[in-house]
Write a new protein. Structure first.
Length: 67
């Protein structure tokens, strides 16, 4: 498993946390929102995903992701 922290802007409530963590979980990526830091800590299998794929999932949920 590979881990990374992704900077995410636009999270403002518990619903945002549930939306992001749920979207990541649905594709098999472990995600933990660090709301106070504005980041999402992700753990994923590099043979299945790259960090760009994960950022795209978060963007599709309506959030701005730093590159």
């Amino acid at each position: 498993m590979t881990g990374a922290n992704v900077k995410v802007n636009g999270m403002s409530c518990r619903s945002c946390i549930n939306k992001i963590e749920g979207a990541l979980s649905s594709i098999g990526v472990e995600g933990k929102v660090q709301f106070d830091q504005g980041t999402v800590e992700v753990k994923y299998d590099e043979s299945k995903f790259n960090l760009g794929d994960i950022k795209d999932v978060i963007r599709r949920k309506g959030y701005e992701v730093a590159n």
